[in-house]
Design a protein around this ligand. Structure first.
Ligand SMILES: [Zn+2]
Length: 306
C-alpha cells in the first residue's frame, strides 16, 4: 500500500519537475527575447541619436562655414579697399616727389640758359653714382618680401623717386640759386654778348645790385670761402666762395666781411654787408657767378626758383 502512495507521489514529482523545466525554458526564452529586444531598441536608439547628432554637427558646420565664408569675403573686401587706398597714397607720394624733382630740374634748366650763352653746361648727374649700377636706390629687404607684386613695384618706385629727389635736392644745395641781397635794383647787367668769339673779351663779369650800405649779403649755396680780401683797388673788400661743383661766386665792394678764408658756409649764411669800397660810385653789390672759371650771367640764377 505504501508503495502505491509513493508511486502517485513519484509521478506527481515527475510532472512538477517537467512543468518546472518547461516554465524555466519559457522564462529563459522570454528573458532572452526581452533582452534582445531591449538591445535592438538601444542600438536603434543609438543609431538614431548618432544620426541626429551628425545632422546637428553638419548643420553647425554648414553655418560655421557660411559665417567663415562671409567673414573671409568681408576681409577680402577690406584688403581690397586698403590696397586701393595704399595705391592712391603711393601714387600721391610718387607724384609729389616727381613734382619736386621737376621743380629742381627746371631751376637747373634756367641756370643752364646762362651757361649755354658761354658754351657751357652744368650736368647735375655728372659726379653722380647714379651712372653706375651700384649707386641704385636703397630698397629695404622687407619690400621684396611683399606678396603683392604691384605694391612691391610701387614701393620700389617710391624709393627710387625719394632717392632721386634726395640727390637733386643735395645737388641744388651747391648751385647758387636765389638772390644774395633781399633789397636791390639792377644798375649794371652782365656784360657778355651771346657770341662765342667774344668769350675772352673783357666785359662786365657780374651784375651790379644797388642796395643800402650795411644790407646783409647771403650765400645761396653751400661752399667754402676761398678768398676774403680787404682793400683791393678795384673790387674793394671782396669774398670768393667755391661751391665745389664747378660753381664759384664773388661778392665785391663790401662794407664789412664776416667770414675768413677756409670757412665752410651753409645756404643763406651771411658773409658780410653791402658797401662802396674799391672802384665804386655808390653802395652796391657787384655779384659774379662763375662756372669752371668762366663768368656767367647771374640774373637767371637769381630768378630761378627752388
Ligand atoms: Zn659790377
Amino acid at each position: 500500500m505504501p508503495g502505491g502512495k509513493a508511486c502517485i507521489l513519484f509521478q506527481s514529482n515527475k510532472e512538477i519537475n517537467k512543468y518546472k523545466h518547461q516554465m524555466m525554458t519559457a522564462e529563459n526564452k522570454i528573458k532572452q527575447i526581452t533582452s534582445e529586444k531591449a538591445w535592438a531598441d538601444d542600438k536603434k536608439l543609438n543609431e538614431k541619436m548618432e544620426i541626429n547628432e551628425a545632422l546637428l554637427q553638419r548643420d553647425i558646420a554648414t553655418a560655421e562655414r557660411d559665417e567663415l565664408k562671409q567673414q573671409l569675403s568681408d576681409l577680402e573686401d577690406a584688403v581690397k579697399a586698403i590696397k586701393a587706398a595704399e595705391m592712391e597714397v603711393f601714387a600721391r607720394v610718387e607724384s609729389i616727389a616727381a613734382q619736386e624733382i621737376k621743380k629742381i630740374k627746371s631751376a637747373f634748366q634756367q641756370v643752364n640758359k646762362s651757361l649755354k650763352d658761354r658754351g657751357l653746361y652744368y650736368n647735375p648727374l655728372a659726379n653722380s653714382q647714379k651712372k653706375d649700377a651700384r649707386g641704385g636706390p636703397f630698397i629695404p629687404a622687407s619690400v621684396s618680401d611683399l606678396p603683392d607684386k604691384k605694391i612691391q613695384d610701387k614701393i620700389s618706385n617710391i624709393f627710387k623717386a625719394a632717392d632721386d629727389l634726395e640727390y637733386y635736392r643735395e645737388a641744388a644745395k651747391y648751385v647758387p640759386i636765389g638772390k644774395p641781397v633781399w633789397s636791390y635794383w639792377v644798375t649794371s647787367k652782365f656784360g657778355f654778348r651771346n657770341d662765342p668769339f667774344n668769350k675772352k673779351k673783357a666785359g662786365h663779369k657780374g651784375i651790379d645790385l644797388a642796395s643800402r650800405t650795411g644790407n646783409k649779403i647771403q650765400v645761396k649755396a653751400k661752399g667754402k670761402v676761398v678768398q676774403a680780401v680787404h682793400g683791393n683797388k678795384g673790387y674793394g673788400n671782396y669774398v670768393v666762395v667755391d661751391h665745389g661743383n664747378g660753381f664759384t661766386t664773388k661778392y665785391a665792394h663790401m662794407h664789412k666781411i664776416y667770414v675768413k678764408k677756409g670757412d665752410y658756409l651753409k645756404i643763406n649764411d651771411t658773409i658780410g654787408e653791402v658797401g662802396n669800397t674799391g672802384r665804386s660810385t655808390g653802395p652796391h653789390l657787384h655779384y659774379e657767378v662763375l662756372y669752371r672759371g668762366t663768368p656767367v650771367d647771374p640774373l637767371p640764377f637769381m630768378q630761378a626758383k627752388l
